[in-house]
Design a protein around this ligand. Sequence first.
Ligand code: HEC
Length: 631
Amino acid sequence: MMRHQRSEVFSEGERGPRRGRLLASVWLLPAFLAACMQQPQPVVAGMPATPTSSGAAIYERACATCHDGGAIQAPRRDSLAALSRERILAAMTTGIMSTQASGLSPGEKETLATYLSVPQAPGGGMATYCAASPNRSFAPGKVFDWGMRPENWRAVGKDQTSIDAENASGLKLAWVFAFPGSTRSRVQPTIAGDVLFTADQFGTVYALDAATGCTRWTVQSDKEIRSPLIVGTNAAGEPDALYFGDIAGQVHAIDLATRRIVWTVRPDAHPQATITGAMRLHEGRLYVPISSLEVVAAMDGAYACCTFRGAVAALDVKTGANVWKTYTIAEESKVQGTNRAGANRFGPSGAPVWSTPTIDPKRGRLYIGTGENYSRPATATSDAIMALDLASGRIVWTFQATANDVWNAACPSGPNCPVNTGPDYDFGAAPILVELPDDRAIVLAGQKSGDVYGLDPDKGGAVLWKAKPGRGGIMGGVHWGMATDGKTLFVPISDLSVYPQDAHLPAQSGMHALDIATGGILWSTVLPDVCKDTKWRCSPGVSAAATFAPGVVFGGSLDGTLRAFSARGGEILWTFDTNRQFEAVNGISGSGGSIDSSGPVVAGKFVYATSGYDKFGQKGGNLLLAFNLAD
Ligand code: HEC
């Protein structure tokens, strides 16, 4: 199901992102937007809006139920304030909050937007362009992407960085870039030679100078970008293309010579399909993990839940044409009855693919992790690690860690919450492949339950060992990504206390190291709680992905602290608090917050990290930070 688009919808921003004219389109996401919404109805019957209502009163009446903590996905009131008046207005008129605001008059929406937003300096946020613009040539060199290598080790070696256990304590802030107007920074940067590629919540793709953070150029697309950019290289190893997926499930290719979008496809036709995990480029094919926003759409009792099936698509990198596509659930959903609100109930559904596919060149396979089922009946492929044939997409084996896990955001009490609700124990972190001596190999998989598995890829995914470094919960356990040096597995644990299944156990928020051979825990560094008196959902949990450099593991906490741990013993070598204001190189002031999703990138002399994540009541922010060693 491909949909080619003409490229006029995109504009190249040579002089800066053209935000204004995008306002109307930025929030035109599909039906999920109308559906994100939980009862109760935004405007209480019998309380007709009066033009004289104050902003505070309208907020209390129409928004506070969800934004003061009632809806777990909703940003808190303080985070909304970081959006401009225009964006809040757009969210209510054409975007994500149209349903919620449908009972308000145009005047009330204006009043509310003014009340909620903090006035922003005119002209703020224009990019600061690099003085000299050597922008059309790229030095060949290692590309530092999400997994750092096809097996998703998230590790760099001595030949790729000068940072190690001996000198990590001397890391200093080199520069900060602030995404204008953003409330989250979740795209892990990709480094290619001396260029850093990243993207933001408003669909802007940035090419920054990796050493100074100045902007070389931007390209504007039309939807939020959450997954890291993928760099394509020519025969000489020079970057010649960029690929990225967006929240609306589209995949785009940018030709780096012309800096134009040359193709756009939407590999899954489901209206709620989205792209969250990094895609994987391997031998002329782009492997695309497909997840969905339907899990949130289910919050609306009138929504016929659920019909989405997780998938991986293999695309021809030159054209975007589909080579194969494999669903994690073989059969299409069908009507299974009605929900408590009378809407049709569909199933099976879910088993989304959140994470980056892992390539096994030797066995010709690709490994993925899946999430929970959204509706009944449950399938044997949810919360599973699956091995697919690289050439054909055929499923070779499936290891299911948690059976019968059926959950969606309507839980615990909405009409679409399934009976016998499951714990929502996705595999959100990419599987890791390590070749062992004697031609054997191991696939390492970390789950939101706090469990980690060592699987035998040559024996149908048989369990070699199982460990439980985390207590687990709906926000992990293991959430976004582990790292390895090939012998030790470094496991970041979130254990954020939102619906923990094992609340009687102590949280293990922090960094843990496991012996790959046995699964034995080598060390555990449980982090101190520095969250006293915060009004947002704060935790020392390491939900974001971890990254290994020689002798050192980097991990960022939901409380905004970035750390380097000794790989040998887990001692903390270096700490940096990102949760504050910074003057950014692009001429605006930016703020840090929770570190989530995206992990640090170690490349050459630099460590790059993001800060700010406004989902789930965590602390929003808009930073990309670069650290290096003092000369
Ligand atoms: C029924 C619950 C609910 C109500 C009522 C509600 N919201 Fe929301 N709102 C949400 C959720 C959930 C999200 C996050 C959706 C997502 O990003 O997945 C959200 C997101 C937003 C965003 C967008 C933030 C972003 O970064 O995308 C704005 C702005 C917003 N709400 C404003 C409002 C205003 C103003 C009102 C009152 C008129 C309101 N909301 C009422 C649940 C609600």
